[in-house]
Write a protein that binds this ligand. Sequence first.
Ligand code: SAH
Length: 241
Amino acid sequence: MLANIRIVLVETSHPGNIGAVARAMKNMCMTELYLVQPKVFPSAEATARASGADDLLANAILCDSIQEAVADCEIVIGASARSRSISVPELPPRECAEKMVVEAQDKKIAILFGRENSGLKNHELDLCQSLLAIPSNPEYSSLNLAAAVQVVCYELRVASGIEAAKPKELENPLASSAQMESFFEHLYQTLDEIGFLNPEKSTSIMRRLRRLYHRTNLDTKELDILRGILKKSTAVLHKKI
Ligand code: SAH
């Protein structure tokens, strides 16, 4: 479905930015890159900044006009930092991405990114059904071109529901509720035995300790270590007595 969404860069001046865009796209599983009259392309600088995403550069489609780049698209979105007087809806990236991944099931979509120094012109924005604005510092709202593409592609990837890289498997499973309860019982007995618990305050202390240990998501190995410490401390106490 992301294959139906293309990134269109309009008259990009710095080839390094084109490379960085290719990298940003490939990181997020986006493949379709269109270049409208780039100042310098192909370029060694673009390839260097693409850093392994040069397949996207090699497959990039060069166009003479935005019209040509979006001709077969049913939906065109313009990414713009500046709030425009044009009365087209302006969406933040998350909302826009959520809508676009649904539309992309049976439509082609283009997202336009403007020139580094002057963005997109009003007559170019006239081609767009909506604008996409990344919320940013109102006094310094313009992101680097590739950074703006990165934010948008990230939101598209999340919205498309592609499974993100799985978190690393835990070395040991997390302690179960039953294991935690048995630990708390052990902890209570030990604290009682060593004379730490004041009968009037024992309930509130135990509640605080529960909260503390629950916060740390103990795994079974860590729980074993804590229980080992409890066992040892009572053993030492009994020896002394
Ligand atoms: N100086 C230009 C901005 C150029 S940044 C201007 O004032 O318009 C290059 C491109 O990155 C912009 O045309 C736009 O497509 C995108 N971009 C940068 N910041 C953005 C933002 N906050 N929201 C949406 N797109 C942004």
